[in-house]
Write a protein that binds this ligand. Structure first.
Ligand code: CP3
Length: 360
């Protein structure tokens, strides 16, 4: 009998490529792959230890540290994919915007973009400065080889534009929407510049060994369907397509997107990331079964007693119905204070779940 070593099986067998990448491409897998949004972060003691000695930005900019934090989290949890430790806002710096992370307040951009002249001043020729992220990816890829999927990431144009314009997080996106409605030329010039920089940034990550790119459109749920179509969709679609042309699958993720899923799928992304507000089967139907989906446990369920946690995990797996192309994840990131044991327990539950008569 032929012995098949995972990752080196005959072409087309369920052993070719990592479980995670296969699921992104809706190929059959032996079990559902699982990883977690924000799997390396403050909920984890190991990360807090590193943070005692370095700021968030220092960790991002030192490839040895970023790689260590990425690898430690993925190894400890036993997940099927490692997302590179970086931050959504890093590309703002080479575009000419200074920002910092203020304790407990999230990111603050010092001179937000508010006018056409501000947009004009943004640089698009210095994405190469983000090479430290690529260097970290190289280290992580060298460590895991084909054992785990390596995820590179960037923000989507709309979500990054909102940080640049608001100067940080926002409740109502008043400044962002004002620029969008009142200065459409400046708005589209801004998104064009972001697409240019993000394309170069993703290219660095793919060349360094990222197997998949996740595009975070975290705040796209602030838009109506009409506004998403008119002001944000096209830039996301272009970014998705240009990254796919680099030869890797793309995951496109947003929060509070129940009304946007069908349109988000029109970007052509291989995988759509789901939040937890709709049952997985309903959301998948809206996305369309020709796309894979990732999700969608409420991250706060990780605070529930294990019996309730298990019910919720099993419910999601049942709703996925053994269809090809489900990646188990949360509906948004792990929050600080989450018991790490609960996260480990979810990995075990997902890995022990038996897929039945898997189908496309
Ligand atoms: O394992 C991982 O996923 C960690 C890598 C990672 C970070 N940020 C590190 C980080 C990733 C994938 C991100 C993405 C990111 N950054 C997003 C999109 C993800 C999402 O949740 O939708 C967004 C919106 C940001 C911007 C950002 N960075 C905010 C709003 C904050 C503050 C949040 C808070 O809880 O304080 C950050 C800081 C940040 N980025 C932390 C980490 C681990 C926590 C701060 C710290 O260590 O001091």
């Amino acid at each position: 009998m032929e012995t098949i070593v995972e990752g080196f099986g005959p072409a087309g067998s369920i052993f070719e490529g990592s479980r995670f990448v296969r699921a992104c491409l809706r190929k059959p897998v032996d079990r559902t792959p699982v990883w977690f949004l924000r799997q390396a972060g403050r909920y984890m003691q190991e990360y807090r230890e590193v943070r005692k000695h370095h700021t968030l930005i220092e960790i991002c900019k030192k490839p040895e540290l970023a790689a260590e934090v990425t690898i430690t989290a993925a190894e400890r949890l036993g997940v099927d994919a490692a997302i590179i430790f970086a931050d959504l806002l890093l590309p703002l710096e080479p575009m000419g915007l200074d920002f910092e992370f203020q304790a407990g307040e999230g990111p603050v951009v010092h001179h937000p973009v508010r006018t056409a002249a501000d947009v004009k001043a943004l640089r698009i020729d210095r994405a190469g400065e983000l090479v430290y992220v690529a260097q970290a990816i190289e280290k992580v890829a060298g460590h895991f080889k084909d054992r785990l999927g390596i995820i590179g990431f960037c923000g989507a144009p709309y979500t990054l534009a909102s940080y640049m314009i608001e100067g940080g997080g926002s409740r109502n996106y008043v400044e962002t929407k004002q620029l969008m409605y009142r200065s459409p030329a400046a708005w589209s010039a801004l998104l064009d510049k972001l697409v240019a920089v993000l394309t170069a940034y993703c290219r660095l990550q793919v060349d360094a060994g990222a197997d998949v790119i996740q595009i975070f459109d975290s705040w796209v749920g602030s838009l109506s369907l009409s506004d998403y179509r008119e002001y944000a969709f096209e830039a996301s679609r272009r970014l998705v397509q240009v990254v796919q042309a680099m030869g890797v699958p793309v995951i496109y993720f947003g929060v509070e997107t129940a009304g946007l899923l069908e349109q988000m799928a029109q970007t052509g992304a291989d995988v759509i990331g789901l939040d937890w507000r709709q049952p997985l089967d309903v959301a998948w139907r809206n996305v369309g079964h020709s796309h894979a989906v990732q999700g969608n446990l409420d991250p706060i369920t990780l605070y529930a007693p294990v019996e309730i946690l298990e019910q919720r995990v099993r419910e999601i797996l049942r709703l996925a119905n053994s269809r090809h192309g489900h990646i188990f994840n949360l509906g948004h990131g792990i929050v600080p204070g989450t018991p790490v044991e609960s996260v480990e327990a979810v990995v075990k539950m997902v890995h022990e779940f038996r897929l039945e008569g898997a189908h496309g």
